[in-house]
Design a protein around this ligand. Structure first.
Ligand code: SF4
Ligand code: SF4
Length: 85
């Protein structure tokens, strides 16, 4: 299963979640995004190009107040026979 499977947004990909109430529009995440997926709209960071976001998490790491989160799907797999050996 690829990282982007199982998502629910318009482009069927997982996207950074930005807390718009706390974003001060500094633009650092926009500068750090390697593909140009982010922009500032009305003083807040926005994923303007969700179709090209590669989920690299550089914006999450770069945001000073740490208000960008990238949700991850946590899989719980049944034990294999090797686990009992
Ligand atoms: S996860 Fe990576 S590609 Fe996506 S918006 Fe953030 S920096 Fe850009
Ligand atoms: S780095 Fe954080 S505070 Fe700055 S514009 Fe991006 S989301 Fe907003």
């Amino acid at each position: 299963m690829s990282m982007n499977e199982g998502a629910t947004n318009l482009f069927n990909v997982w996207l950074p979640q930005i807390d718009y109430n706390l974003c001060d529009g500094c633009g650092i995440c926009v500068e750090k995004c390697p593909v140009g997926a982010l922009g500032i709209v009305q003083g807040k960071a926005v994923v303007l190009r969700p179709d090209i976001c590669n989920y690299c998490a550089l914006c999450e790491e770069a945001c000073p107040p740490q208000i960008i989160q990238l949700p991850y799907l946590i899989g719980v797999f049944p034990p294999s026979a090797e686990d009992y050996e």
